[in-house]
Design a binder for this molecule. Structure first.
Ligand SMILES: Nc1ncnc2c1ncn2[C@@H]1O[C@H](COP(=O)(O)OP(=O)(O)OP(=O)(O)O)[C@@H](O)[C@H]1O
Length: 316
């Protein structure tokens, strides 16, 4: 039986005179992978930010497992909702393992004094955290790079590491904001497999993406936002066949199978940045204000399929 994990009711977000999200009702059920699609500026990231406590919706409520979520990112994470960002946020100068350990802080009970004194309780908790972090690195296929600096990973692996760090908070729901942006086709396919594997572990997934092949292969259900409003919601087949969605976003019917020219919205394949990102310097470690998982990083070049160079909407 499906039970709602996340329920957004009548969520509206206004920025002055601009209504970025308007009266959106939205549910993610246990065991589901749900997609959120729509043109640039449709309000997808703003909606994510409302779900994860970065924004306090102007109107409406967001509940997780039946309880209204507190409007604070770290409390939302603690409640069981983790996310990744459109622009990668890793500690560039920390190792792969350390980045995952940072993601565990909402699950460790040891306090400041215990940590400073490094008592037996702290050491035990530290060992357990490290074991769990290594399990997650095995899961995403980066265990062999545990001691590498995050900044030295290829772009696709940085994105994977972000997912591992989000999983380190042991979420029941994972929100992915454009997880394949800037990836090559192989990396995109691997991400698809990873998301299925995450779902198979009992974690519901909500994903924003512009790569329509990725979305329609992956999702049990897809919702389409246009100008802040939910236009359509349904299975991939229903959404692809909806003339309003075709007119507002897809452009022409989606073919489904790999193709060089699907005519859909831009896909990751159109922007192969892998080589550039490998060589790109990582920006400085600067924790985002009020952020739960930390700092900006290794944002390679800001060239996702339709990415904007800023951290638009990621910080309040
Ligand atoms: N902090 C903010 N202050 C003012 N306006 C904002 C803010 N964040 C987003 N907006 C505006 O809200 C609208 C929705 O933006 P949002 O980033 O949520 O769209 P999106 O669907 O995620 O777009 P994309 O696909 O390009 O990431 C846009 O008009 C944007 O300019």
């Amino acid at each position: 039986m499906t039970t709602p994990v996340l329920e957004a009711r009548d969520v509206t977000m206004r920025f002055g005179g601009l209504t970025a999200v308007r009266s959106v009702d939205f549910t993610v059920n246990s065991g589901e992978i749900v997609g959120l699609i729509g043109p640039n500026g449709a309000g997808k990231t703003t909606f994510f930010n409302c779900l994860t406590g970065l924004y306090v919706p102007t109107e409406g409520t967001v509940s997780y497992q039946g309880k209204v979520l507190p409007p604070k990112p770290h409390l939302v994470t603690k409640a069981g909702v983790a996310r990744t960002f459109q622009n990668i946020r890793l500690f560039a100068n920390m190792t792969v393992l350390e980045n995952v350990l940072v993601g565990r802080h909402t699950r460790t009970k040891e306090g400041l004094w215990s940590a400073l004194l490094r008592g037996p309780g702290f050491k035990k908790a530290e060992r357990a955290s490290e074991e769990r972090a290594m399990e997650l690195l095995e899961f995403i296929g980066l265990a062999h790079k545990r001691d590498h600096l995050a900044r030295n990973l290829p772009y696709g692996e940085q994105r994977k590491l972000e997912i591992a760090r989000a999983l380190a908070s042991e979420p029941g729901l994972l929100l992915l904001d454009e997880p394949t942006a800037g990836m090559n086709p192989q990396e995109t396919r691997a991400t698809e497999e990873l998301v299925f594997a995450i779902r198979d572990q009992g974690i519901a997934v909500l994903v924003i993406e512009h790569d329509m092949r990725f979305i329609f292969n992956l999702c049990d259900r897809v919702a389409v936002l246009v100008q802040g409003e939910k236009l359509v919601e349904g299975t991939s087949e229903v959404v692809q066949a909806d003339e309003r969605v075709v007119a507002a976003y897809l452009g022409e019917p989606f073919e489904g199978e790999p193709a060089d020219d699907t005519g859909t919205a831009a896909t990751a394949e159109e922007t192969d940045t892998a080589d550039e990102t490998d060589a790109a310097p990582a920006p400085p470690e600067t924790p985002a204000a009020g952020e739960d998982t930390g700092p900006d990083t290794a944002e390679p070049d800001g060239t996702g399929p339709q990415s904007t160079a800023s951290t638009k909407g990621d910080t309040p």
